[in-house]
Write a protein that binds this ligand. Structure first.
Ligand code: IPM
Ligand code: MG
Length: 356
């Protein structure tokens, strides 16, 4: 029988729990392949601490090439104590930044929501969570202070926040397109009372907003946003912000949902290609123990199917499978309540596969 869709996927396991969670995500991908008659060709790519050990760099040129040649990249996590020396010239995280820049994936899309069966896992009061929490953080990913001029001068050090109008315009458009299919309200987060780059950000978002008259834009300062997120997270739907604020606010949003082990992300450029990864790190403290939560990575597979391949039905089948496994009460340790039994990475992956 001819395959309905054939795609090349570069798979980066990386370090720490990356290896375990990716293997569950691959099982899910294989289940979808079989059930819906697609063909996913996987190429395993080396990046992160493991690549530093072998090649002396976090992202060797040939690894980047492999990713450029693929239709999408699925990524576990990179980093660990072994490579954590802050004075080291090469660091696993460099691989991540070089990959994002190399594939020009400027838009990082991080959905965070409370799964009804996990509402008790949120650290916020029930009265706050009951009002609902379902946001998408749209974070600019290839500019700002992460990529600005930095260095040391005598006994001081500097990093530069830098944005061009074009960079702000393209990320704003991504956010407006997402908001158009949701509640039609965007919070644009900046520090325009202090930073010039934030004033340009605000000005540019306002300009793009004119093309989307049906969408309401609320400008909010980042310190206030950090506070509002825990005071009343239900007021947010789509958040658009720069690289560093997005890094911080998306971690904060993830905790509201209960566990960082649940949250997927997509990084997209202009075309269909994307990088799909959980928002959590390599969790060296639990690596190799078989207890990590694979759900964030499995949901990243769902985002890949939808956003890079347009396979909406298949993505939906994964989301539903995750939901029903949670509804049946299965929990990995990170999302289990005190006194609740937990299952391991393998079992969670298998249960989700069985539901697809
Ligand atoms: C993330 C991570 C990375 C970032 C680190 C590991 C470089 O925190 O994806 O949010 O800051 O972008
Ligand atoms: Mg982060």
């Amino acid at each position: 029988m001819t395959k309905i869709m054939s795609k090349n996927i570069a798979v980066i396991k990386g370090d720490g729990i990356g290896v375990e969670i990716i293997s569950e995500a691959i099982n899910v991908l294989k289940k979808v392949e079989q059930k819906y008659n697609h063909n996913f060709n996987l190429t395993y790519v080396e990046m992160g601490g493991c690549a530093i050990d072998k090649y002396g760099v976090a992202l060797p040129d040939f690894s980047l090439e492999q990713c450029k040649n693929a239709d999408a990249v699925l990524l576990g996590s990179v980093g660990g104590p072994k490579w954590d020396d802050p004075t080291a010239k090469v660091r696993p995280e460099q691989g991540l930044l070089q990959l994002r820049a190399g594939l020009e994936c400027f838009a990082n899309i991080r959905p965070a929501k409370v799964y009804a069966p996990l509402a008790a896992a949120s650290p916020l009061k029930e009265s706050i969570i009951q009002k609902g929490f379902d946001v998408i953080v749209v974070r600019e990913l290839t500019g700002g202070i992460y990529f600005g001029k930095s260095g040391r001068e005598g006994d001081s050090a500097f990093d530069t926040e830098h944005y061009s109008i074009a960079e702000i315009e393209r990320i704003a458009k991504v956010a407006f397109e997402i908001a158009a299919n949701r509640k039609k309200v965007i919070h644009s987060i900046d520090k325009a009372n202090v930073l010039e780059s934030s004033r340009l950000w605000r000005e540019t978002v306002q300009k793009i907003a004119k093309q989307y008259p049906q969408i309401q834009v609320i400008n909010m300062l980042v310190d206030n946003a950090a506070m509002q997120l825990v005071r009343d997270p239900s007021q947010f739907d789509v958040i658009v912000t720069n690289n560093i604020f997005g890094d911080i606010l998306s971690d904060e949003a993830s905790q509201i949902s209960g566990s960082i082990g649940m949250l997927a992300s997509a990084s997209k450029g202009e075309g269909s290609k994307g990088i799909y990864e959980p928002i959590h790190g390599s969790a060296p403290d639990i690596a190799g123990k078989g207890i990590a939560n694979p759900i964030a990575t499995i949901l990243s597979v769902a985002m890949m199917l939808e956003l890079s391949f347009g396979l909406i039905q298949e993505a939906d089948a994964i989301d539903k499978a995750v939901n029903s496994v949670l509804e049946e009460g299965y929990r990995t340790a990170d999302i289990a309540a005190k006194n609740e039994n937990s299952i391991g990475t393998r079992e969670m992956g298998q249960l989700i596969c069985d539901k697809i």
